[in-house]
Design a protein around this ligand. Structure first.
Ligand SMILES: Nc1ncnc2c1ncn2[C@@H]1O[C@H](COP(=O)(O)OP(=O)(O)O)[C@@H](O)[C@H]1O
Ligand SMILES: [Mg+2]
Length: 259
């Protein structure tokens, strides 16, 4: 996709850039050894890689978790360096990580949680009625039962319900960049379909949203059809290509990257 020119005739910066990113665990070893990745508006990028290659480290670092420390490199959102921004500032600026809020929060309903998160994102109080209306609409589109709204966040949620909840958050919070880490979640096919359909629905509404999808599942990629596929191996992107790369991986595995 071509970068769009802004009104001054200059090239607008890409939506998100990762440049020469080196990351270590705060109390441990280096995990990412120079990752480069550029996501333009509206693009879906998939990152695949074997267990332990650094996929979750990448996702968690992008959202600003103190668990990881950036040794060197750059993270830019619309050209702004964000490496020093706290997680909540990144979220307000439009970065979204599914599984960012995985804990059960006793006594906080899905509805109240989302109202709070949407108010933070929009930097103004979202009214109870506005959040209700928005949730009603999206829950209809995502085939969710209305009672879901008043359940306590993540309490007793099945795998599929957790996914629906994440997609609902995505729809309501309207991020600039959605980061979905699907690696460890042991999804069944129905849950994969929920994610794929949900991302497509949200992108229909918000075509400029960029997506960074981290996954083991070729099947999810055939549902979502990413523009670019990257292979992360031992903390580095060792190959990038189109959807055909994911298909090739499905047949060949990661053996040819092992030296
Ligand atoms: N907080 C941490 N402290 C020490 N080592 C870590 C930490 N987080 C991840 N690692 C190590 O970094 C590597 C990459 O982990 P991870 O990013 O979870 O990989 P993936 O998501 O691709 O399976 C693994 O070897 C893992 O053990
Ligand atoms: Mg992982």
């Amino acid at each position: 996709m071509l970068e769009s020119a802004n009104t001054l005739g200059c090239m607008a910066p890409p939506l998100f850039e990762i440049e020469a990113l080196e990351v270590r665990a705060s109390d441990g070893p280096n995990i990412l050894h120079g990752v480069d990745l550029t996501i333009n508006s509206g693009e879906i990028h998939a990152v695949m890689g074997p267990n332990g290659s650094g996929k979750s480290t990448l996702a968690t670092t992008l959202m600003g978790s103190p668990e990881y420390e950036i040794v060197s490199g750059h993270l830019r959102l619309h050209g702004d360096e964000i490496a020093d921004w706290d997680a909540d500032v990144r979220a307000k600026a439009g970065m979204f990580l599914a599984f960012q809020y995985p804990q059960e929060i006793s006594g906080v309903s899905v509805r109240n949680f989302l109202r709070q998160a949407a108010s933070a994102r929009q930097a103004e109080e979202v009214s109870a009625i506005d959040i209700y209306v928005a949730m009603q609409e999206w829950m209809g589109r995502l085939d969710m039962d209305a009672s879901f709204m008043d359940r306590y966040l993540n309490e007793g949620f099945s795998g599929g319900e957790k996914k629906r909840n994440e997609i609902l958050q995505l729809a309501i919070l309207q991020p600039e960049l959605a980061i979905l880490d699907e690696t460890d979640s042991g999804l069944d096919i129905d849950a994969l379909k929920v994610v794929a359909k949900g991302v497509r629905e949200v992108q229909e509404e918000r075509p400029e949203m960029g997506v960074l999808l981290i996954t083991h599942y070729q099947r999810l990629l055939s549902e979502l059809n990413p523009d670019h596929v990257h292979i992360l191996f031992d903390g580095q992107i060792v190959e990038s290509g189109g959807p055909e790369l994911a298909e090739r991986l499905e047949h060949e595995g990661y053996e040819r990257f092992e030296s």
